[in-house]
Design a protein around this ligand. Structure first.
Ligand code: 13P
Length: 338
């Protein structure tokens, strides 16, 4: 499959992406919250339980993995990439090495991982990966993000994307403007516009085929400490406006991160966006917490109760699948919980 077809398949209508690429440090935090020891075996069992769920086939087009996971063999006999393929989704891999302190602006970060990337990509391709992820992180304060952080992260994202397309895989471009802080929705709009603009400027300099990419942005949302809350309608309107203005129309698909929104908020906001989507972009989800939080809770209650873990995951996958078509409704949440 060529990269343009892969990009379409990952985000086919009614489907989205499962971000299960938490680093060992991040999954440690998630497991701590449910009192589960952060062992390789537990990480494998939790993830293979999700990937073996019936909801995968209808609602999940791609799964983002971490280095450890793509190399694991399941207790069912298949490798992790084989299990994902068997459920009709495409395996992908996080290839950045994390957000590190930015020299010259040490309260900000730049994402590292370009050294040796060409060789790592070859290995991931041979393990079955057909798309990749690289996440740049920007925080909003009175003085940040600086243009130094916006430019250096955009440059790294573009160099990453060029290497990934050379390796015949689809790069997910993830510039995440964090929700942390007391800024209002207008500030989020402004900062996200600047960030996206610089990203597409660099992607153009690096001659990226935008039809073979997927954008993974934040929604336009007030900071988590902001007193003035916004309705889902306002979030949807501002988000679409920002994307329309700053994302070139060749980009086929946009798959949001959930970024700390609750599971229901993430579904509700995505649904509102798709209800009024007047762009040509396919707009869907690439959620980590937004797809896994309830399943993780069930795993914490009883790691052996596969049925309950999968039930919780299937429900969220279905809800977000509906949201990606603008067909979600609050009462569907209640019905299924009953
Ligand atoms: P969240 O949906 O939990 O923000 O995770 C998505 C992701 O992949 C962040 O890089």
């Amino acid at each position: 499959m060529n990269i343009e077809d892969i990009a379409k398949k990952m985000c086919a209508k009614g489907k989205g992406i499962l971000a299960a690429d938490e680093s060992t440090g991040t999954i440690a935090k998630r497991f701590k919250s449910i009192n589960v020891e952060n062992l390789e075996k537990n990480r494998l069992i939790f993830r293979q339980t999700l990937f073996n769920s019936s909801g995968m086939k209808d609602y999940i087009g791609g799964v983002i993995l971490f280095d450890e996971t793509i190399k694991q063999k399941t207790t069912l006999g298949l490798t992790i990439p084989e299990l994902i393929l068997e459920h009709g989704a495409i395996p992908g891999i996080k290839v950045d090495k994390g957000a590190k302190s930015l020299a010259g602006s040490s309260e900000e970060t730049v994402t590292e991982g370009l050294d040796g990337l060409r060789e790592r990509l070859k290995e991931y391709y041979s393990l079955g990966a057909r798309f990749t992820k690289w996440r740049a992180v920007y925080k909003i304060t009175d003085k940040y993000p600086s243009s130094q952080s916006i430019k250096s992260n955009a440059h790294a994202l573009a160099r990453y994307a060029a290497l990934v397309q050379e390796a015949k895989m689809v790069p997910i471009i993830e510039p995440e403007v964090l929700m942390d802080g007391s800024h209002d929705i207008k500030k989020c709009y402004q900062v996200t516009s600047n960030v996206l603009n610089e990203c597409y400027n660099e992607l153009s300099i690096h001659k990226i085929n935008l039809k073979g990419t997927v954008l993974k942005p934040n929604m336009i949302i007030p900071g988590s400490e902001c007193k003035k809350k916004s309705s889902a309608k306002e979030i949807a309107k501002e988000t679409l406006h920002c994307l329309k203005k700053n994302v070139p129309s060749e980009v086929p698909s946009i798959a949001f991160l959930s970024g700390g929104q609750s599971e229901i908020e993430a579904s509700k906001n995505l649904n509102e966006i798709n209800k009024i989507n007047n762009t040509n972009f396919l707009i869907t989800f690439s959620y980590g917490r937004g797809l896994q939080a309830s399943a993780l809770k069930e795993f914490g209650k009883n790691q052996e109760n596969i049925e309950n873990i999968q039930k919780a995951f299937n429900h969220r996958a279905r809800m977000n699948g509906l949201s990606s078509k603008g067909e979600w409704a609050e009462n569907l949440e209640k019905e299924s919980a009953a």
